[in-house]
Design a protein around this ligand. Sequence first.
Ligand code: ATP
Ligand code: MG
Length: 220
Amino acid sequence: MSMRIGVLGGTFDPIHLGHLAVARAAHRALALDHILVIPSHTPPHRSMQPSASVYHRFAMAALAVASTEACRVSDLELLAGGTSYTSRTLERLHEAGFAPDTLVFLTGADAFAEIESWKDYPRLLTQAHFAVVSRPGWPVSQLRHRLTALAGRMIDVTNDRAPERVPESTIFLIDADTPDVSATAIRQRLLTGESLEGFVDPAVDEHIRRHGLYQRSTVN
Ligand code: ATP
Ligand code: MG
């Protein structure tokens, strides 16, 4: 099997323990070499633009992955600028020499549920394998019912047994216990002065506080 590199895209505003749990679950379940964590420049499908700058979001991602050996942070979408479409990012990875069959794009089940609205759907599903990780309130099993046209490509992956040979454009479903954490909840907690313990890596917590990120008005 040639599948080797995981790709985890996101706004990471900020990166949190849910994101790291997704990376770890996919790393283990699919026996990946490593995972590229790619902060988006300008995320599509959002009414509100990110609160922290691209620089701070990248810095926090780099701090967070320092304690997760399987991860590398990538500046691909930040250097490209503009709206960050996954199909374009995967194209850039192909241009850099990664064949579609070697890539696995990782998402949480809430994000994948909207896949039909992503740019270049359904073609983008042929640009990499996809792996969907459950999120509290979003079991992966419901995706077969929600996305009936894709059900035939979905394969359940049970922990610690990586699939051997898989067809092109497979959609792996990984049922994992990821923490009930979201960036939205974290930004809210910061506004109300609540602790981030159990929500973000301690180095990210320290970065947020030192720079006064996510406060109503700060220069950072
Ligand atoms: P926001 O609340 O701003 O949308 P978020 O916490 O959902 O932030 P994103 O940057 O939107 O974070 O998510 C990036 C990817 O990580 C998405 O595919 C999302 O589904 C996934 N993800 C985020 N948190 C979790 C979690 N706790 N469990 C599983 N997947 C998650
Ligand atoms: Mg989200």
